[in-house]
Design a binder for this molecule. Sequence first.
Ligand code: NAD
Length: 466
Amino acid sequence: MNKSTRYNLTVIGSGPGGYVAACRAAQLGMKVAIVEADRPGGICLNWGCIPTKALLKSAEMYEVLKKGGSFGLKAENISYDLAAVVERSRGIADRIVSGVEYLFKKYSIQHIKGMGTLASPTQVQVKANGETTVLESDVIIVATGARPRELPHIRLDGERIISSKQAMTLKTLPARLAVIGAGAIGMEFAYYYRALGSEVTVLEALDRVLPVEDEEISKQVARAFTRKGIQIETGALVSSVQRHGDTVQLEYEVKGNKKKLEADIALLAIGVVPNIEHLGLETVGVKTAKHGIAVNEHQQTNVPSIYAIGDVIGPPWLAHAASAEGVHAVEHIAGKNPRPIDYNAIPGCTYCRPQVASVGYTEQKAKAEGIAYTVGRFEFKASGRAVAVGDTDGLVKLIFEKQYGGLIGAHIAGAEAPEMIHELVLAIRQECTAEEIGKAVHAHPTFGESIMEAALDAIGERIHGA
Ligand code: NAD
């Protein structure tokens, strides 16, 4: 065993939770180590957010180029090279990962390669290449993330029954793709492969696609997907996926009716499970809850010197939530008394087409909680900007609490949705009213005007649209 080194903070895991926490801690003057078995960046940078956005851009450009004629362009024999599309995506992941390695140098963060285990409330044991090192640390942050969920009766084989990781690197287009689960991952890959020409069927157990989104948004996206030729089966509980040579046979049930589907590849996108095994949680007595490590509002576990952030603690399973939790934990450790994170003001985005972004209450949740509310809507088809750029399939829906009038929920489906949502994150945090948002002059012509119009709609003052 190597002799121990002492740190103020040791972070286990270097995804967007862990590496951001490490950087913030270094900014606050702490001596920081980060333990990572793989490349820095976690799922997000290596196998999630970043490489998928690169793939989706290729798919979107291919779709747009094929429509070039309607823009007065002459583009003939448009085609693609899937291997090159994948290569670009991998190159982009490499580039962004090297940015994290640069940050480790910039902030003098000690990057320790290996598997980290909690050995005591102030010790992390690291195993790498047969050697064991113990790091002494005043405080430890666990940021080990999550991995795709499998089912006892549906096992991934990595070739025909795959997770998002393999879906990101297929170099041959599957003629028939079955997507199990219509959450963010399922919908992004359904869009991607359909845009490139696969026959795609989406099977979702609940009664609509993107079930965490507002019902109207789910409907808008489902309509758009159906127009693209994507088959959607909701209320479809997949019970079996079997590989038969070069095909997969799926069995599922819809309202008591057993159904079958044959595909070349089945993508399992039914959520994630936390990486809590082999971490030594039991050794040091760290408690877990339903979705992972249990923490208080400051990301602190029941062992005061151990914090946990990101996917390993459960929902919302979003990179930016992990980063925010990392910053919060470190500021709490530094005694800065930060305000707990407002989970109602964390946006979520899905980058299929139409894109989706939302923050706060859905109408269904407001109803379920007995909150009196008013709704304002605006459809992109009445937006000059949307018509000019040929992207009229979109909707902004805003939900205002009735008593004081503050915004509690915002939902966008359509072009630029993830870029537009931040005005509404701020508006929720500041409890802005429909009048305040609607009377804030928005530049013309922009997609953002749709937010102003939706706010005005909530007070009966919308100018454009039917
Ligand atoms: P998810 O939980 O968002 O969606 C999984 C879906 O699978 C659910 O709608 C669920 O009802 C369905 N399902 C579960 N079991 C099923 C079965 N047997 N048959 C049919 N359907 C079934 O999970 P995900 O899409 O795998 O994504 C994982 C996490 O990563 C999510 O929390 C997601 O928000 C996050 N993520 C976010 C982004 C983004 O921000 N763009 C992208 C990817 C992933």
